[in-house]
Design a protein around this ligand. Structure first.
Ligand code: GLN
Length: 501
């Protein structure tokens, strides 16, 4: 029998629909694979075996009874631990939430459950989604399946590593500055950051509310489109949710896979290439541009002059919002509670002791930075200026999209670095997101598609950005690139990853 864990979600869904396999068989195959290799990858913080199998049995029974089911019914999925799941631990990678079991589901989880996707478990991440390597998790490192000594990207390294290690066919990530796309790039997986407001934020443990966006992590562009259509759409419980239907994403992916991009205008962002980008990353990028041209696209260069300031603006806006969002972790409401070692047990001292013990260094660094940037004396100089830069970046995008249909760049400047290599250098860590952050500041959608291996034999990602609410363009261009690349490789990139276990 074929190894069920190697199938794309779309192919597995087809086999389930035709009753060639059952969801119990598929779910069990994934649970077996987790048992075999997750000891070395550590993508999961929590494995939800019993409940996943119960969901699978239920879906199989309903299918056998002839019930009309969602196209992805019975296909297992993993969920980043920053998304709340009723009855299942949700720690956001932090000690401060250790042992907290949410009493409700995020909207996207509700949709996943209603559609009958067995939830395999919760995936590892940088604490409160702050980081680019998953090394800031309070629960240990996740290892890149391409080289276990290397980082899987971050903050959603667990979701990307699970998909790359064939321990989940689909996963959910969140992207505040690149945490879906950058892990996608360094693990050879597809990651999509939808338009801000395109997928409900209800039930995400907030990092920076004006930037956070949940989205799909998968092995193929079509799988991302299928998952995006499932989790997206208007949600009255999220006041920033877009009150309109999604554009047709699956259709766009299928059309793109036919390989014809004639009439599509592609803009290469001058500021997001060249200096600071690894040579192999740049070479693969240029080769991919050639493939887009061969598919009929017109490729031009576009300048976005304010992108130079995006990283600096982001690292003021994000900490400012995070310092406010994280104020609720005070030892009174959720998870950890620590009493002061000596002296009176006042509310304020319990809060200080709890936050001191429960937050890691990166979280403390950003809370301090954020409260400083928001303080009365410095608000205008830091937070206020950063918001102005944000507007300039949005205008850069508006002007660029007046000239082209999509913008493209390498997703990340380098391939996966070694565990520990950048841990003591926060600025070096922040630079990983130089190409992904502008999209979050502007609220526009982006995809990372694996586009080959760099000179060091590690995967590289190609980023496509589109105007807000035009997520379908990501899928059309992404699928066209993917199909051209796979033709040239003779199969998916992940087939070239080393065998684990
Ligand atoms: N790496 C970026 C940061 O540390 C992005 C994080 C994210 O997208 N959650 O903030």
């Amino acid at each position: 029998m074929t190894d069920l864990t190697r199938l794309s979600a779309a192919d597995l869904a087809e086999k389930l629909r035709h009753r060639e396999v059952t969801s119990v068989e598929a779910t069990q195959a994934y649970l077996d694979r987790i048992a075999a290799v997750d000891g070395s990858v550590h993508a999961y913080l929590h494995v939800n075996a019993d409940e996943a199998l119960a969901t699978a049995r239920d879906v199989d029974a309903r299918r056998a009874a002839g019930e009309e089911l969602h196209p992805l019914a019975g296909v297992p999925i993993a969920v980043k631990d920053v998304v709340v799941t009723q009855g299942m631990p949700s720690t956001a990678g932090s000690k401060i939430l250790e042992g907290w079991v949410p009493p409700y589901d995020a909207t996207l989880v509700e949709k996943i459950r209603e559609a009958g996707l067995p939830i395999l478990g919760k995936t590892n991440m940088d604490e409160f989604a702050m980081g680019s390597s998953t090394e800031h998790s309070a629960y240990g490192n996740t290892h890149n399946p391409w080289d276990l000594e290397r980082i899987p990207g971050g903050s959603g390294g667990g979701s990307a590593a699970a998909v790359a290690a064939f321990t989940a066919p689909l996963a959910i990530g969140t992207d505040t500055g690149g945490s879906i796309r950058q892990p996608g790039a360094v693990t050879g997986t597809v990651g999509v950051k939808p338009t801000y407001g395109g997928v409900s934020r209800y039930g995400l443990i907030a990092l920076a509310s004006s930037l956070d966006q949940a989205g799909p992590v998968t092995r193929t562009v079509l799988d991302s489109a299928l998952l995006h259509e499932l989790i997206g759409g208007h949600d009255p419980r999220d006041s920033t949710s877009i009150p309109e239907p999604l554009p047709p994403l699956v259709e766009a992916a299928k059309q793109g896979a036919l390989g014809d991009l004639s009439g599509v205008k592609v803009g290469v962002v001058s500021q997001l290439q060249g200096e600071g980008y690894q040579a192999g990353v740049q070479t693969r990028f240029e080769e991919s541009l050639d493939l887009l041209r061969q598919a009929g696209a017109e490729v031009v260069e576009v300048s976005c002059p304010h992108f130079e300031y995006a990283l600096a603006a982001y690292y003021l806006i994000l900490p400012a919002e995070a310092s406010s969002n994280l104020a609720k972790f005070d030892g009174m409401r959720f998870g950890l509670r620590v009493e002061p070692e000596e002296g009176p047990v006042t509310a304020e001292r319990v809060m200080a002791a709890t936050r001191g013990a429960g937050f890691g260094d990166e979280v403390k660094r950003r809370v301090i930075l954020g409260t400083y940037a928001l303080s009365a004396g410095y608000y205008d100089a830091y937070y206020g200026s950063a918001q102005k830069v944000r507007t300039l970046i949005q205008r850069d995008f508006d002007e660029a999209f007046a000239q082209v249909d999509v913008l493209v760049s390498p997703t990340a400047p380098t391939t996966a670095f070694k565990l520990g290599e950048k841990l003591d250098d926060p600025l070096a860590m922040y630079l990983n997101d130089v190409a992904t952050i502008p999209a979050n500041l502007a609220g526009i959608p982006g995809i990372s598609v694996p586009n080959g291996l760099s000179d060091d034999g590690l995967p590289v990602g190609f980023q496509v950005l589109a105007p807000a609410k035009a997520d379908d363009r990501l899928y059309r261009v992404g699928a066209a690139l993917e199909s051209a690349l796979e033709k040239s490789w003779g199969g998916p990139l992940l087939d070239r990853a080393p065998e684990l276990g």
